[in-house]
Design a protein around this ligand. Sequence first.
Ligand code: IMP
Length: 485
Amino acid sequence: MAGYSDVVEGAQWGDEGKGKLIDMRLDTGNYSIVGRYGGGPNAGHTLSVNGHIIATHGLPSGVFHPKIHLYIGAGCVINPEKLVAEIKEVESLGVSLEERLHISPFATLIQPHHLLTDSMYGGHLGTTGNGIGPAYSQRMMRSLGPNLEDLRFAHAIISPHQARDIVKSNLGHCVSECLNPIKNHPNAHQMQKIFDLFNNDPTQKYLSSLARLGKYLERDPLFLTKQIESGKNVLFEGAQGFMIDVVYGNTPFTTSSSTIAAGAYTGGDLSNKYHRKTMAVVKAIPSRVGAGPFVGELGGKKSEEYCAAKDSEGNTKHTKEFEHTTHNPQDLLQSSDQFELGIALRMLGGEYGATTKRPRRVGILDLPQLEYAAKLTGADELFITKMDQVELFNNTLFHGPVMVDTYQINGSKLNTYPITTNELASVTPHSYLNFAATSLPTNATKWSDIPHSLVEFLTAIEDRTGCKVSGIGVGPEREKVIMRG
Ligand code: IMP
């Protein structure tokens, strides 16, 4: 009997808490392999392991389940230096990746010149600065004459001399093209730092890291297929979220890969024939990092600009440390200013980027957005995280949990999801759903422990998305989960 594959996907803008559901699903013992199908070091899962907090970026988050194999699929982009550093950190905690980590031969490498181009062109989008867009676009362009070549993992491992020539030539070309305009560029400081990093011996560390990854090359392109044929099951973990998918997100404020569940079957090295179900993760108090429309954002444009602000060195200005030394979140919670309420919810919810440390923009759950994401991706069930935080709305100007129910544009109610980024940016909430002030009992462990008003909150999501809520997260610890029967 062949096995199956399931996909866990984020239904918002990323950072929904997918790691928690993945962890729990792996605990069931149903899966032998966890796979990534898109993204790279831009992703971040924060995990707590024996009191040690670690963020995984390129590695699948199932890394601390010692019997589970880890697969990095063709749809991913890899920064060898970062991946080697991550592997070392994980191994320093006594976890071995030998014979467990498999890297697709077809994955694309992020090259040094991609970091330069991302810092030059990605700033206004608020990218993570990891060279993600340039690496993916290089793959699409394949080759630009003798300069600027895409480089796949297997090619680089099997033909290291060719890889060295490609990496050096790409970097040399980019430096000569980029460095003249650098002085006047608003991101000059950041770019200079990256350039200095590679300037002494531009590619040595990069190439030696690449060589260290050689033992993880999966030479059998049918590895996952054969595993499934032998009865094993695969869990794919989506990176980022539906709303920053390169096709269905609000261009240009997206990442550059396919973040939707179907992407598992174009970037995960497995056929869709084995797909069983899609589990979409929704954060009860959503967040977004980087630029782009966010209809439910508390504080709107002001919040977006505040979260993007940088100091003169190009570093994030309103960091976690800054906010915690400047504000008292309990006071701000009662403010009549939605911007201040947003700061309070960010502080109390710990909403700061795992990869970039940026403050996340925080907002109100948005039903039109969830309907768009859940129906277009074909979610079979939903898992709602941070349900314990919903009670924070009790003492706010909303007097209880709240959701955006409908949108308006120029005073007219909208009945379909906006189809351009400009349209979405002009939308404001038309109506809200308000729920009675309520708290989740701290000892709640069963579905029947969930108070009526929170059940109504979940039912409103189910009614709009047509998906059953199969469980909720009620705290940061891994056991803080309530599953439905
Ligand atoms: P890039 O993926 O670094 O090119 O960044 C493009 C956009 O996607 C930016 O707004 C990033 O903040 C956002 N982004 C990328 N990765 C993540 C993630 O893992 N969680 C949330 N947002 C992300």
